[in-house]
Design a protein around this ligand. Structure first.
Ligand SMILES: CC(=O)/C=C/C=C(C)/C=C/C1=C(C)CCCC1(C)C
Ligand SMILES: CC(/C=C/C=O)=C\C=C\C=O
Ligand SMILES: [Fe+2]
Length: 560
């Protein structure tokens, strides 16, 4: 049985992010009771291995994601499931860690892609995996744990996918259960809470893991990596999906909630220490039939930038059991691409311009361009832009990632720089901010010095490419003024997002380190610390086993 159009309509009702209204169906958007999801605690110092290094969950035949039994000896550890319910241990340090580096680097990502003999097919489906490295006095302690989401616990209990993941849908055992599934989709109950995408430290010190579903917001303890509780949004804004990358500062949290019924986006903010999002304003889409995917968005000091990509959510694809080439999305070139600018203080739209088509997961930063009198004339917004080519989504299927043959199959990407004029002009510009050859035409997973968030900035850190490759395989430091890049590369290694940590007392924008986690070719894993100025290696802290690839990270300073 295939889903009907009328059921799609019910779904979009449930997916509405309209302020002041609850999701459409009975029980929709009902708040779950806050409860600790895991009680186990990891012992504190002295650092010691409290569980043996894991046996990766890779021996089973894969029905979906892999190339068959075992995946072969040449399969990179980056794409292997490494189940670690609870591990902590001192790491061997090669080189010299700066003694000022005092705090915890915490990375989240979908590091577990196998359930018994069933292999997930897409990178984004994997169950959330936290890896941390705590630095102190030139030493490093690592830890690794799965997030105890309802989706993960149910999958472990039943040995199968029980919630709707990025590309996976639970298999109905019978017609009755299929009907039940549709009903729970309308209410949002069947959507995953597998918070495998981002991790942020809120202004009040809580550490929050996120994905694209609102219910997938989970508070974790950055020391023990315990799953502490669901993060309950105590407001009436509703919405079942949101941007996976809120903008977080010491005082606030900005988020975007797409509205799939009346295509548009709700912009909301939350004070540090609060769980209540407040409605700031609404942007109506200029193209249709649904809002563009908003994995992330940028802000400036005074404005929120709302991107409207032609890669749009698609209710019908949401209902399909088998993934389409664009998963839950559809490409609507004819709908146009737009950038909207909302005033943070008033919620009013101050610009809405048409721009060339684009595809991006990640905005890097944005700032206000001013004239000699200090008047804001335009907004500059930078992103990792995939040359308006959606095939990057399919490249990230595990089968493709595991099947590198030496052929150069990574599609090109660039630092896409938007210029959004504030003088009422109908069009904005989009151009490469530097020659993409500088970073091997690979570009994603970016960070900046957080002190420059929303302000003029010069440096971005990201993953780039050394070709041939099938996935970004370098770390790159982009100089947006000189329009050059410095690149770090190790043969066969898969590094994750380089995260900038400033040296205490630093004045210069790049005075600090960039930290990344590397899944090495020989099956090992280590945290890599680069001097952010020279982009040269200072030290590496080695795990006693290999690490799966991971996505985003944050920094938790000690005693803050
Ligand atoms: C890991 C990453 O970058 C993205 C993950 C995206 C997810 C889990 C998206 C999930 C979704 C659903 C489960 C249903 C609604 C649509 C959508 C937000 C794509
Ligand atoms: C890992 C990735 C893209 C790599 C291609 O260049 C995108 C991840 C998106 C989610 O956070
Ligand atoms: Fe992301």
């Amino acid at each position: 049985m295939s889903p009907t159009i009328s059921s799609s309509l019910c779904t979009v009702a449930a997916l509405s992010g309209r302020p002041g209204r609850r999701a459409g169906q009975p029980g929709g958007n009902k708040r779950a009771v806050a409860q600790p999801l895991a009680a186990a605690a990891v012992t504190e110092a002295p650092p010691a291995v409290i569980a043996p290094p894991p046996r990766p969950v890779i021996g089973a035949p894969r029905r979906r994601g892999g190339r068959g039994v075992d995946g072969g000896p040449d399969e990179l550890v980056a794409w292997k499931s490494i189940r670690q319910e609870r591990w902590e241990g001192a790491l061997e340090v090669e080189g010299k860690l700066p003694t000022w580096l005092d705090g915890t680097y915490l990375r989240n990502g979908p590091g577990l892609w196998d359930l018994g003999d069933y292999g997930f097919r897409h990178l984004f489906d994997g169950y959330a995996t936290l890896v941390r490295v705590s630095f102190r006095d030139g030493r490093a302690v690592g830890a690794h744990r799965q997030i105890e989401s309802e989706a993960y616990k149910a999958a472990r209990r039943h040995g199968k996918v029980c919630y709707r993941e990025f590309s996976e849908v639970p298999k109905p055992d019978s017609f009755k259960s299929f009907v039940g599934q549709l009903a729970s989709l309308f209410s949002g109950n069947s959507l995953t809470d597998n918070s495998n995408t981002g991790v942020v430290r809120l202004g009040d010190g809580r550490v929050l893991c996120l994905t694209e579903t609102v219910k997938g917001s989970i508070v974790v303890d950055p020391d023990t990596l315990d799953t502490v509780s669901k993060f309950e949004y105590e407001d009436k804004l509703g919405g079942l999906i949101h941007s996976a990358h809120p903008i977080v500062t010491d005082t606030e949290f900005w988020t975007l909630i797409p509205d799939l019924i009346r295509p548009g986006y709700v912009v909301a903010r939350m004070d540090a220490g609060s769980n209540e999002r407040q409605f700031v304003g609404r942007v109506d889409c200029r193209g249709g039939p649904a809002p563009g995917w908003v994995h992330s968005f940028p802000v400036t000091e005074n404005y929120v930038v709302v991107p409207e990509m032609p890669l749009r959510y698609c209710a019908a694809n949401l209902l399909r059991a088998e993934p389409t080439p664009l998963y839950k999305f559809q490409w609507h070139l004819e709908s146009g691409s737009y950038m909207h600018v909302m005033c943070k203080a008033s919620g009013k739209i101050v610009a809405s311009v048409e721009v060339p088509p684009f595809v991006t997961f990640h905005f890097i930063n944005a700032y206000e361009e001013k004239d000699e009198e200090g008047r804001v004339t335009a907004i500059i917004a930078d992103c990792c832009e995939h040359n308006a080519d959606t095939s990057i989504l399919d490249n990230l299927r595990l089968h493709n990632l595991r099947a590198f043959t030496g052929e150069d199959v990574l599609t090109d990407a660039r630092v896409g720089r938007f210029r959004i004029p504030l003088d009422g002009s109908p069009f904005g510009e989009l151009e490469a901010a530097l020659d993409p050859e500088e970073h091997g035409r690979g570009m994603d997973m970016c960070s900046i010095n957080p002190a420059h968030l929303g302000k003029e900035y010069r440096y971005a850190y990201a993953c780039g490419a050394r070709r041939p490759c099938n996935f970004p395989n370098t770390l790159t430091k982009i100089d947006l003024v000189e329009k050059t890049a410095k690149n770090w590369h190790e043969e066969g290694a898969v590094p994750s997002e380089p995260y900038f940590v400033a040296r205490p007392g630093a004045v210069e924008e790049d005075d600090g380190v960039a930290i990344s986690m590397v899944s090495a070719k020989d099956g090992s894993g280590y945290a890599l610390v680069l001097d952010a100025k020279s982009f040269k290696e200072i030290a590496r802290a080695k795990f006693p086993y290999g690490l799966p690839y991971g996505l985003h990270c944050c920094w938790v300073p000690r005693d803050k």
